[in-house]
Design a protein around this ligand. Structure first.
Ligand code: C5P
Ligand code: MG
Length: 192
């Protein structure tokens, strides 16, 4: 199994790159943001709870997110591996993911962090908002809040995995194919 965390701020291209990576490495893409949007679309109890946070650009409480993530992994343990996109978002989520994978004799193999500066992110998300149908992509103050939450709550996860020698930085500026090549080179260098 190859288990990768695709890391980076909102709008850094995680979803776009994950779609290409799953094709190449035959992994299962798990985007917690997409899972929440599915739940919201189906007006489930979990979706209604999550929406209160997502609409403000805040994080959904860990216990809700971790429970949903575990269910998804548990239902797909026959996969070749996973690409986690948008998860973990907090150190508590990172630890819960590791504990869960360890309990299944699995581990996080690498965290790949896409680097994109703030103004480019705001530009990209506003552009995505023209077609994504995501209310949280339309309002610049919500987008900026998401970036702030990323900096305070999420970015420390990089150091957490860096201390374990598992974190890799990738330049997230360029064409989709250029960035994909950079990611593949990193993955191939750690996964022989
Ligand atoms: O990952 P994505 O950008 O699609 O997530 C959209 C929103 O879902 C986030 O801004 C946040 O409100 C919520 N979310 C969360 N915890 C996660 C993933 C997403 O709270 N682990
Ligand atoms: Mg995404």
């Amino acid at each position: 199994m190859l288990n990768l965390i695709l890391f980076g701020p909102p709008g850094s291209g995680k979803g776009t790159q994950a779609a290409k990576l799953v094709d190449k490495y035959k992994l299962l893409h798990i985007s917690t943001g997409d899972l929440f949007r599915y739940e919201i679309g189906h007006k489930t109890e979990l979706g209604m709870k999550a929406q209160q946070y997502i609409s403000k650009g805040e994080l959904v409480p860990d216990e809700i997110t971790i429970g949903m993530l575990k269910n998804k992994v548990e239902a797909n343990l026959d996969a070749n591996g996973f690409i986690f996109d948008g998860f973990p978002r907090t150190i508590a989520q990172a630890k819960a993911l590791e504990d869960y994978l360890h309990s299944r004799s699995l581990e996080v193999d690498a965290l790949l962090a896409l680097h994109v500066h703030d103004e480019e992110i705001v530009k990209r998300i506003l552009k995505r908002g023209e077609t994504s149908g995501r209310p949280d992509d339309l309002d610049e103050s919500i987008i900026r809040n998401r970036i702030e939450v990323y900096k305070s709550e999420t970015s420390p996860i990089y150091d957490y995995f860096d201390k374990k020698g598992k974190a890799y930085k990738v330049d997230g500026i360029g064409t989709i194919d250029e960035i994909f090549d950079r990611l593949c080179k990193q993955i191939d260098s750690i996964h022989i």
